[in-house]
Design a protein around this ligand. Structure first.
Ligand code: FES
Ligand code: FES
Length: 182
């Protein structure tokens, strides 16, 4: 039987204690152990950014971090972005408004990377947004609407959350809150 290590990790404000194989990647811990499938796997090799989460407040690609390296840390995933189950984070709302997604596979990682960018630079220029998201790949949108969405969110009140159940399409809005294409 493979050796295991005990980890204590806070995810979206909830404490978790688990025994994990030392080789287990953080992204697989989040998806397979905790069932938080909003964090996606696009490449497993640090290229695409689909697996981006916040580790102690900073965006990281969770396919490059071992779960044991996150022992004692605070992790936030796309599921933890909105203030409540029926709300959207302003970035989620802006991606919705500006059509910043098509298949949605890259979207959770884009939003986590964009949130980190706006935390460090609340009023970025278009060039700064493009530079800040260069580690996140999208095969669908051509990036223009993603950049527009981040710029719109930069101008939204930081404490604002939006009702995710409001018309016209509550089911689709719920998907963007949880990470589309899981
Ligand atoms: Fe982590 Fe692509 S799955 S960077
Ligand atoms: Fe499809 Fe970005 S919306 S990969």
């Amino acid at each position: 039987m493979a050796a295991t290590a005990d980890v204590r990790i806070s995810v979206n404000g909830e404490a978790h204690e688990d025994s994990v194989e030392p080789r287990l990647l953080l992204v697989h811990y989040l998806r397979d152990t905790l069932g938080l499938t909003g964090t996606h796997v696009g490449c497993d090799s640090t290229n695409c950014g689909a697996c981006t989460v916040h580790l102690n407040g900073e965006a990281v690609k969770s396919c490059t971090v071992l779960a044991v390296q996150a022992d004692g840390a605070e992790v936030k995933t796309i599921e933890g972005m909105a203030a409540a189950e029926d709300k959207l984070h302003p970035l989620q709302e802006a991606f919705w408004n500006k059509h910043g997604l098509q298949c949605g596979y890259c979207t959770p990682g884009m939003i986590m990377a964009a949130a980190d960018l706006l935390e460090r630079n609340p009023n970025p220029t278009e060039d700064e947004v493009r530079h800040g998201l260069e580690g996140n790949l999208c095969r669908c949108t051509g990036y223009h609407n993603i950049v527009r969405a981040v710029l719109e969110a930069a101008n939204a009140p930081s404490s604002e959350t939006v009702d995710a159940s409001s018309p016209p399409n509550p089911e689709a809005r719920h998907e963007i809150a949880k990470g589309v294409g899981a």
